[in-house]
Design a protein around this ligand. Structure first.
Ligand SMILES: [Zn+2]
Length: 269
């Protein structure tokens, strides 16, 4: 029964009717959005077999002191399996503000520095569980964080014939797959793209960055409890990374994936 209710809630998030739009206006729900780039590369018929990577040390060491549960059953898998990283440290790039501000843009500079501070804090928090490294070159990054609005697209609802207007979206994560050439070998790899609104308060930016980074690190789904960082909606009291978040992350990193494994030359035609 619990699962049924959850499904109902998750469905509501994907498509909702006029009625729920009104409700959302009242509660001013700042929704996080999970979006997927499902473009599949041409090499999809020569993908490597799914295998389990060694568990990163930092996650192997993690023991939940209170032995709480997890929300692994709510995590989505993809055509290549779970979205785990296997090369560490995971490299993260985020948009930096210009060094010098002209007179008019001082306020903007302060805001962008506040945004950066929140992003760095969220990276430091997750860095306790997986090795992360901030890089200055976006070309070398695994995870790219943009200080940007998330576009809202009105979608035609086939049931009602009306356009559904999405609720406010403060942040978004999407991914792509590519072939990574390493010496003579080619590996199936992925990249994560985060957009985090520039218009949030410092605490809301931190909360959004914490949540979206959770997705980028592999938690591709949402928690059903408000006390978890990966809860599907933004809540008043911004939850820290919880034991349930880490229990879920650890379980994900013990699952098979095609990511990070070599595609053998002979298979490529
Ligand atoms: Zn989310």
């Amino acid at each position: 029964m619990r699962k049924k209710q959850l499904e109902g809630r998750l469905l509501k998030k994907k498509s909702f009717h006029k009625k729920s739009w009104i409700i959302s206006l009242i509660t001013i729900a700042l929704l996080f959005s999970l979006s997927t780039i499902r473009e599949f590369p041409a090499f999809s018929n020569s993908l490597p077999a799914s295998q389990i990577h060694p568990l990163p040390n930092s996650l192997a060491k993690w023991q939940d002191p209170n032995a709480t549960d997890d929300y692994f059953e709510l995590i989505e898998t993809t055509p290549v399996g779970y979205l785990v990283w296997s090369q560490f440290p995971i490299k993260i790039y985020f948009e930096q503000s210009p060094e010098q501000a002209n007179q008019e843009s001082t306020a903007n500079l302060i805001r962008s520095q506040q945004w950066e501070k929140a992003i760095k804090e969220a990276i430091a928090e997750w860095g306790n569980y997986l090795p992360l490294q901030i890089v200055n070159n976006p070309d070398s990054a695994d995870i790219l964080i943009k200080r940007s609005e998330v576009p809202r697209k009105a979608k035609l609802n086939p049931d009602t014939g009306l356009y559904d207007i999405p609720r406010t979206i403060t942040a978004q994560t999407s991914y792509e797959f590519y072939l990574q050439a390493e010496a003579a070998q080619k590996k199936l790899a992925h990249r994560m793209f985060l957009k985090i609104s520039p218009d949030l308060s410092a605490i809301a930016t931190l909360s959004a960055a914490r949540h979206e980074l959770g997705h980028a690190l592999g938690i591709w789904g949402h928690s059903d409890l408000e006390s978890d960082a990966l809860y599907f909606s933004q809540v008043r009291n911004t939850p820290p990374i919880s034991a349930r978040d880490i229990n879920t992350l650890k379980k994900i990193y013990q699952q098979p994936s095609k990511l990070g494994w070599s595609i053998s030359e002979s298979d490529q035609n």
